[in-house]
Ligand binder design. Sequence first.
Ligand SMILES: Cc1cc2nc3c(=O)[nH]c(=O)nc-3n(C[C@H](O)[C@H](O)[C@H](O)COP(=O)(O)OP(=O)(O)OC[C@H]3O[C@@H](n4cnc5c(N)ncnc54)[C@H](O)[C@@H]3O)c2cc1C
Length: 503
Amino acid sequence: MSATDKINDIVIVGGGSAGWMTAAMLAKQLEANVNITLVESDDIGTIGVGEATIPPIKAFNRLLGIDENDFLKKCNGSIKLGISFENWSQKNHSYFHPFGRFAVDFDYMPFGYFWNKQRESGNAKPLQEYASAWHLAKHDKFSLPTNDPKSLFSGFDYAYHFDSSLYANYLKEYATKRGVIRQEGKINHVSTHANNGFIRSVTLASGQVINGDFFIDCSGGSALLINKTLGVKFIDWSEHLLCNRAIAVQTKHVKPISPYTRSIAGEAGWQWRIPLQTRMGNGFVHSSHFIEEQQAIDKLVDSVDGELLTDPRVINFKVGRREKFWYKNCVAIGLSSGFLEPLESTSLHLIQRAIMRLIYLFPNKHCDEINTRFYNKQSIEEYEHIRNFIILHYKATQRDDSEFWRYCQHMQVPDSLQQQIELFATHGHLDLNGKDLFKQDNWLAVLTGQGIHPKSVAPIMAYKQKIDLPRTLNSFYDMMTKTVQQMPNHEDYLRKKCNFSLK
Ligand SMILES: Cc1cc2nc3c(=O)[nH]c(=O)nc-3n(C[C@H](O)[C@H](O)[C@H](O)COP(=O)(O)OP(=O)(O)OC[C@H]3O[C@@H](n4cnc5c(N)ncnc54)[C@H](O)[C@@H]3O)c2cc1C
């Protein structure tokens, strides 16, 4: 590559989680060999929600060299071991989607095959009770996974709950220390090159012009570059994912700080409970076609525990994705690129994946179309995989107590999801690709939690006669129950690791 082809000036538009995660990682990965300017507008602000994450965020922070305890302390963080889904398959029924694996895969077979066999004989405990993350969560305990591969506590995983605005600030400090220039101001004009339509510069309301070779659109829902400038359309998925509005409110803690998120289904959507160190995040994600805004606010306010710390905030959103994530010399990251509702806390993860993919496929000034097409292909596959997993929670319900759930139960789902459900419902097999975010045990947790079970166990199990299954499964359960008693509770863990003092 000639020196004239090399990208020298990168402009990131937007300073929400997407903007600052991108700025921090580019500053680290491109070292000091490029100029990075991030433009954000104090008047417009950020969406300011996004408090629950999934385990790969740890790798992102580690790559930045962030100290976990310092991060937890400064971002009001707590530990997340999974999600408790309540009233989803039926009212008064709950299941846990744990991070990490169930017990262990043995005899070269997934654990689910054995559990299904035991379940068919009528002697299995609920699936979650074979997950060490569930045992910890049930008792509000936490300790890091052990490095001993023989231990059942080596296979669980964890993520964080945190204040996303504090996380953005944390990364802002990180990025600006490494040379990223922060420019405050509202962009009111974007110019493009006449010959190829590539973006040339953005102009702030003050008249200041910022030129760039490469632009990253982190402007949130306004999609200032990718849509308003380059005209890339949005593909709407609201046919399968009905929710389009959320109410968010913060409350004081009244109970111990649990190391998991709660997702509680209601008549027209679901509520989240996300415990941070100093407060609880609460929200109600719902469909405006099935409940009025004021009624939704009242429902949330009436059902939260603890004193309100903020007024309820209404957030409208659209689910779907951009037709292209990278077009010409612009990549959209974060809400400008698409949105999937926060049921499985995947948005920050999609940001993280987009950043790492961009670094891997980092272009020269010409932004070769073959490279760009590959980026888009991978991004689309990833979005669709996560979309299917989220739709599954709605489709596989037995609830018929409201118009919302009746619609969900009977709606058409994408063929790829329908085939997955049918495959599992036959013998418990799953069609997964090594790159997929949600693995065998994630699908197993949600499919069975939502009430879908194989009609008969995997036929291979008829040949597996040597294993004393009841004894083996009971020994897993007993070992987990015993070990968890010796673990510290979650609040003590936070107190010790990040000087957190509970009020
Ligand atoms: C209800 C809800 C709950 C969510 N919960 C979770 C969760 O639990 N976990 C999770 O991972 N994700 C969650 N998300 C998603 C998460 O909030 C977003 O993915 C994340 O915050 C990224 O937002 P962003 O940076 O793309 O956009 P924003 O935060 O909206 O930032 C946009 C930036 O662009 C700037 N900007 C826009 N226009 C201009 C302009 N003209 N000039 C200059 N600057 C401009 C703004 O000032 C701002 O800095 C949730 C989302 C919603 C709606």
